[in-house]
Design a protein around this ligand. Structure first.
Ligand code: HEM
Length: 398
C-alpha cells in the first residue's frame, strides 16, 4: 500500500494551539526521515528527531543557501541568487567572514548592557497600560519591546517604527503575495540605505553596532559593500523583531492558560524562559538545507540537490530527550533545545532574545498580577500561516 506523501508545513491543531501537529509524533516513531511536499511543489526530506536534526545542522555537506524559510512561500522565486550579506544563506568562509564580524556584538556581556534599557521600555509600556483596565498585549507590549531594542542596538531612529513593523510583518507572512513582499523589502532597503550611507560617512565618530561593524571590517582590510551592509541590517532588524515579539505574545498566553506556572517564572526566570522557547518553538517551517553531494542522513539516502527540513518544533518535543514533552513545565531542568537552531547558523541574537523575554515576562506578571485574557483561548487569532508562529492580537484585562 502506498502512503500519500504528507504536505509540509503541517499546521498546529485547533485543540491545543501550542502543540505541533500530531503527525510529528508518528513520524518520530515510524519515519524519522520522510519525504514531504512543500508549497513550492518541491519535495524535501523531513527530519523529525532531535539528534538527527542536530547532526543535520552541523553537516558541512548540507548547504544553507536554501536555508530561509522564505522558501516555504508558495510564490518564492527559486532562481534568485543569494544576496550579498544574507548571512543566513551563506556557507563556509563566506558565512564565517560575516559571522566573525558580528559575533563580538552579540556577546552576553554586550547584551546585558542593554538590560536597563529593556527594563525601562517594559516599565514604560506597563505604566501606559495601567492608565486603563484593559489592553491589546501584542500591539501595546509584545511588539514594542523587541522593536525599540533592536532599533537602539543598531542606531536606527525610532520615528519610523510603524512603517518598519508593517514591512517586517509583510516579509514574514504567507498571506501576502510576492509583489507585496517584494515592495516591503524595497521600502525597508531604501530606508536602511540612507541610514547606512550616514554611518559610512561618520562611522568613526559614532558608537552603534552599524558604525562599529563598518569600522571593524574596514580595519581588517576587507570592507563590507553597501549591499552587504544593507542586507545585514535588514536581516538583524527582521530576525530580531518578529521572532521575539511572537515569543512574547505566545509566552503570555501560555502563562495565562497555565497560571500555576507563574510561580516558576518568578522563582527562576532563566529556566522558565528556556522551557517556553522549547515548548513554543516559534520558527515553525524550518530549518531548511540543501545537499551539496549524495549523503546519508539518519539512514536515508539523500541525493545532491535535494532539500532537507530539520523540523525543530518536532525535535523540541522528542520523547527520547524530554520527559512528557507536550507538557509545559517552567521548572523543567534545562536541556539544550533547538529553538535557536544549532551549528554554524545558530541564532546570533539568542542572548538578547533571552534577556528581552526574561525582563518583559517577569516585569509584566510582577506589576499586573491580576492579568487575565479578555476573551477565551478559542477566540485567539493565531498566525498559522506565518513563518514565525504567534498571535495576531491578545486582548487582556486586569
Ligand atoms: C525568540 C527569538 C528568536 C528566535 C526563536 C530565533 C531563532 C533563530 C533560528 C532558529 C536561527 C537559525 C536559522 C538557520 O539555521 O537556518 C536564527 C538565526 C539567526 N538569528 Fe535568531 N531568533 C530569535 C531572535 C533573534 C534576535 C533578537 C536577533 C538579532 C538581534 C536574531 C538574529 C539572528 C541572525 C543574524 C541569525 C543568522 C545567523 C547565521 O546565519 O549565522 N535572532 N534565529
Amino acid at each position: 500500500m502506498t502512503r500519500t506523501r504528507p504536505a509540509f508545513p503541517a499546521s498546529r491543531p485547533e485543540s491545543c494551539p501550542f502543540d505541533p501537529d500530531a503527525v510529528y509524533t508518528r513520524l518520530r516513531a515510524e519515519e524519522p526521515v520522510t519525504s514531504v511536499s512543500c508549497p513550492l511543489g518541491i519535495d524535501a526530506w523531513l527530519v523529525s528527531r532531535y539528534a538527527d536534526i542536530r547532526a543535520m545542522l552541523t553537516d558541512p555537506r548540507l548547504s544553507a543557501r536554501a536555508a530561509s524559510s522564505q522558501h516555504m512561500l508558495p510564490d518564492y522565486d527559486l532562481s534568485k541568487p543569494v544576496l550579498p550579506g544574507s548571512i543566513v544563506h551563506l556557507d563556509g568562509e563566506e558565512h564565517s567572514r560575516l559571522r566573525r564580524l558580528l559575533i563580538g556584538e552579540f556577546t552576553v556581556r554586550r547584551m546585558e548592557a542593554l538590560r536597563p534599557y529593556i527594563q525601562q521600555i517594559a516599565d514604560e509600556r506597563i505604566d501606559a497600560m495601567l492608565g486603563g483596565t484593559s489592553a491589546e498585549l501584542v500591539r501595546d507590549f509584545a511588539l514594542t519591546i523587541p522593536s525599540l531594542t533592536i532599533c537602539e542596538l543598531l542606531g536606527v531612529p525610532y520615528a519610523d517604527r510603524e512603517e518598519f513593523d508593517r514591512n517586517s510583518q509583510l516579509l514574514m507572512t504567507l498571506e501576502a503575495d510576492r509583489h507585496a513582499r517584494s515592495a516591503a523589502f524595497q521600502r525597508m532597503s531604501g530606508y536602511l540605505c540612507e541610514l547606512v550611507e550616514d554611518r559610512l560617512d561618520k562611522a568613526e565618530s559614532r558608537d552603534d553596532l552599524l558604525s562599529r561593524l563598518i569600522t571593524r571590517a574596514y580595519e581588517s582590510g576587507d570592507p563590507l559593500s553597501m549591499d552587504e551592509l544593507i542586507m545585514l541590517t535588514v536581516t538583524l532588524l527582521v530576525a530580531g523583531h518578529e521572532t521575539t515579539a511572537s515569543m512574547l505574545g505566545l509566552s503570555v498566553l501560555t502563562l495565562l492558560e497555565n497560571p500555576g506556572q507563574v510561580a516558576a517564572l518568578r522563582a527562576d526566570p532563566n529556566t522558565a524562559v528556556e522551557e517556553l522557547l522549547r515548548y513554543l518553538t516559534v520558527i515553525q517551517f524550518g530549518l531548511l538545507r540543501e545537499a551539496l553531494e549524495d549523503v546519508v542522513v539518519a539512514g536515508q539516502e539523500v541525493k545532491a540537490g535535494e532539500w532537507l527540513i530539520g523540523a525543530i518544533s518536532s525535535g523540541n518535543r522528542d520523547e527520547t530527550v524530554y520527559t512528557d514533552p507536550d507538557t509545559v513545565d517552567l521548572s523543567r531542568p534545562h536541556r539544550s533545545h533547538l529553538a535557536f537552531g544549532f551549528g554554524a547558523h545558530q541564532c546570533l541574537g539568542q542572548h538578547l532574545a533571552r534577556i528581552e523575554l526574561k525582563v518583559a515576562l517577569t516585569t509584566l506578571f510582577r506589576r499586573i498580577p491580576s492579568l487575565r485574557l479578555a476573551r477565551p483561548l478559542g477566540e485567539a487569532d493565531f498566525r498559522r500561516n506565518d513563518l514565525v508562529y504567534g498571535v495576531w492580537s491578545l486582548p487582556v484585562e486586569w
